[in-house]
Structure formats: structure tokens, C-alpha cells
Design a protein around this ligand. Structure first.
Ligand SMILES: Nc1ncnc2c1ncn2[C@@H]1O[C@H](COP(=O)(O)OP(=O)(O)OP(=O)(O)O)[C@@H](O)[C@H]1O
Length: 274
């Protein structure tokens, strides 16, 4: 089992309830998309899975550990095995792109290697390869504050690709990308999860992308799981009910083509791009 949540509930410090009785589990290597209206609790759920937020109710297991029973050092080691792609990656503005990507492995390096890498990037070829997979290799030495929102989002994705986590969590990973780049970037994330055997969980507003790239779809609303189904069993009526107050699903997802295999599709850049 890659992770399991049992009857998880979470109330934010301001009193806002974000999760209620959420039970969800996934096997190693599974791919799940979390969909649902704004405020449904998708980000909060991903933060709980990533051991970044401690729920007030229920229990959490991730990668064979109970995060909130661990002391500081094992918790750090667990977090180093979990990669998170943020909608707006928390990257220091003055950082160079290469350093931001290499930071993906800081958690699994010794302190000495991590500090050295920040001052003198060591694995430039590795950062270049990861950036090539999101068509950003030509920005290797740019400062992050010179990038557009979509370019910065792709740097955050390259960082997660470089990290090669066992559990990959992505919160609206392609929200700032145009449709072509969004599709090819998801293809790279799927290819990575297939080649490393990582479990991949992404929240997505684009229902068409969720149905195209993820075999399992979890619909969330008001902090609860409304449905948890194979993609080919998600019906238009389920989507209408999920997004009821929003006037139906946000994309023409129901007519999405069958999910392709990442390995079948041509990459955005050659994987062996130098
Ligand atoms: N840091 C926070 N402090 C207080 N309340 C929060 C915080 N983060 C989220 N919430 C609240 O928790 C609920 C769930 O929010 P969450 O961000 O998890 O939803 P979401 O489904 O990811 O939404 P969106 O699709 O708009 O990103 C919302 O009511 C939100 O206002």
C-alpha cells in the first residue's frame, strides 16, 4: 500500500472545516486524479498525504509509515521520499533555475552535499535533463524571478522529476500552462511515475485531462469523497452532481479520448536530451 487515509477530518486554524471522514487508499504505482469544485478540500487532502498537515481526526499512513508517530529525523526522511508539485511553486525569486531543480534532492542528501550543491550546482546534467522534459532546458541559468508563471510552474515540475519520489503529489500542476503544454507535461509526469513505479496523485480542475491521464478518479466536494471510480465509469451525471453549483463540469471531459500510455506517446523532448 502506498498510502491510506482512514476517516480523516481536518479543521483549519480559522475554524474552516476542509476534510470530513475521508477514507482513501492507493497501491504502489497507482495513478489517481482528485477533481471537484473550488474549496472541495483537494489541496488540503494533498497536504495531508504529503505529511505537511496533521489531521485532527482519523489516521494517515504514507509509504509504510505513520507520519505523525515519527520523530523529527524519520519524518524528514519520509518527506524526502514524497515529491510535491505546487500550483505556484515556493521558489526563492533570486534562485537560479538549476539550483531550484537540484533542490529536489536536498532532503535525501547529506547536509554537506546539500550546502555544496546550493553554492556550486553539481549535477548540472541531471537538472538539464529534467528541465528538457518540460521544454525549459534553455533557461538553466536564468533567475527564477525572470520567468513567467507557467515557466515557474514547469521548473517546479522539473524539480519533482529530478527528485524521483516514491509518492508524487501534484496540486493543479498544469494550471498555468497552455493546453498543448499541459497535456505534454502531464505525459512526462505519468511517464516518470510509470518508469519509477511511483504512486501519482494530482488535483485537477480540467476534467478532460483527469480522464485522459488517470485510470482512477476521486470526486471531492465539501471536504468529502463523493465518488472513487475507474475513469471509464465516471458518468456525465456524476460530474454534473459533483459540480452542481458551478453549472456543470469545467471542461468537455466526458468526451475525452481513451487514456494513452505515456510510453506510447512521443515525448516533448527526447528523454536523452543532453
Ligand atoms: N490555510 C488555510 N486556512 C484556513 N482555511 C483554509 C486554508 N486552506 C484552505 N482553507 C479552507 O479549506 C477549504 C478547502 O480548501 P482547499 O484549498 O483544500 O480546497 P481546494 O479543493 O483545493 O480548492 P481550489 O480548487 O479552489 O484550490 C476551503 O473552505 C478553504 O477556504
Amino acid at each position: 500500500m502506498s498510502f491510506s487515509l482512514d476517516a480523516v477530518g481536518l479543521v483549519h486554524p480559522n475554524g474552516q472545516r476542509a476534510l470530513q471522514g475521508v477514507s482513501l487508499a492507493a497501491h504502489d504505482g497507482e495513478r489517481l486524479a482528485i477533481i471537484g469544485p473550488s474549496g472541495a478540500g483537494k489541496t488540503t487532502l494533498l497536504r495531508v498525504l504529503g505529511a505537511a498537515l496533521r489531521p485532527g481526526e482519523g489516521s494517515v499512513q504514507a509509504l509504510g509509515e505513520s507520519p505523525w508517530k515519527l520523530s523529527a529525523a524519520p519524518l524528514r526522511r519520509l518527506r524526502a521520499r514524497i515529491g510535491t508539485v505546487h500550483q505556484a511553486p515556493p521558489i526563492a525569486p533570486r534562485l537560479r533555475v538549476v539550483t531550484a531543480v537540484l533542490a529536489g534532492r536536498l532532503g535525501s542528501w547529506t547536509t554537506a552535499r546539500a550546502l555544496t550543491s546550493l553554492l556550486h550546482p553539481s549535477d548540472i546534467a541531471g537538472a538539464h535533463e529534467a528541465l528538457g522534459r518540460v521544454a525549459m532546458e534553455d533557461r538553466l541559468f536564468d533567475r527564477c524571478d525572470r520567468l513567467s508563471g507557467g515557466q515557474l510552474q514547469r521548473v517546479g515540475i522539473a524539480r519533482a522529476l529530478y527528485q524521483r519520489p516514491a509518492l508524487l503529489l501534484a496540486d493543479e500542476p498544469v494550471s498555468a500552462l497552455d493546453p498543448t503544454l499541459a497535456d505534454s507535461t502531464l505525459r512526462e509526469l505519468v511517464a516518470q511515475s510509470e518508469s519509477t513505479g511511483a504512486t501519482f496523485v494530482a488535483s485537477l480542475h480540467a476534467v478532460d485531462l483527469a480522464l485522459r491521464w488517470f485510470p482512477r478518479i476521486v470526486g471531492m466536494r465539501d471536504g468529502s469523497v463523493m465518488f472513487d471510480r475507474p475513469a471509464d465509469q465516471v458518468t456525465p451525471a456524476m460530474l454534473v452532481a459533483l459540480y452542481a453549483s458551478e453549472g456543470g463540469p469545467p471542461a468537455q471531459g466526458i468526451a475525452a479520448p481513451p487514456a494513452p500510455q505515456a510510453s506510447d506517446a512521443p515525448p516533448l523532448r527526447r528523454p536523452d536530451c543532453p
